[in-house]
Ligand binder design. Sequence first.
Ligand code: SF4
Length: 280
Amino acid sequence: MEYVEKRVKREVRSQLDLSTGGHITVALSGGKDSMTTLHLLHEILSMRRDVTLDAITVDEGTPGYRDICVERSRKLCDELGVDHHVISFAEEYGITMEDIGPRSGVRTPCSYCGVLRRRCLNRKAQELGSTHIATGLNLDDTVQSVMMNISRGDVERLARLGPHTRIQPGLVPRIQPLRSIPEKETYTYALLRGLDFHESSCPWSGEAVRNDYRHVVNLLEDGSPGTKHCILSSYDQLRPMLRDAYAPADLRQCECGEPCLEERCMACRLLDEIIIEPRE
Ligand code: SF4
């Protein structure tokens, strides 16, 4: 536990400049990673009077799964004395994953959910006045994202992976305190700390493209232990060059108010697809 705590403290120090205070909002899903993130940030920051720590849970409307996550998230926030905010797809978009999942067609349900979740989080965090959003991304997630972007040839997106050091208007920068902690270690830490996280996987997650990358990265790690850390280290060495090669994009404002690269943001475009296509 001390080993995990030491590395997370080091990440927080390297990713955050809190010399003039701050407002950190944890994206709290109710799973092991985000519950561990909130617990550790509370440990590290609760003595700082000039730092606000709170949490947002996005309820995408998956009955039997997210309702349990929301309940466990609320419980941990109550125990820690942290404000907890819930934002739902139903109130934000008038549609839930129960509607989206069966209509997702050539895309996976996660392709819709991921984008819509990010917009909910960004909007709520802006409303709260957050300076940073802390996500529970662990080492495995980070390495999978690096590999996915390399495999797709999307170097620009690779350059934009968090933790964010550049501030873009309308986008709350993200930090990733667990990015060097393997998933198994986060799981063990959460168990040993007695965090009451929700263990089940989202019922839509079986179709996620990320699963293939999880499998490949785990195979590489089994064959050559330390591979995940090496991929992260390679990426961190490349990051300054990638950032120099890809200057921050000039963002426009979508009609919904969110910043975007094209005329309309991805969330609005995905919502159009879902709403226009008639349900079978
Ligand atoms: S697994 Fe996919 S559908 Fe489920 S919450 Fe995550 S992004 Fe959404």
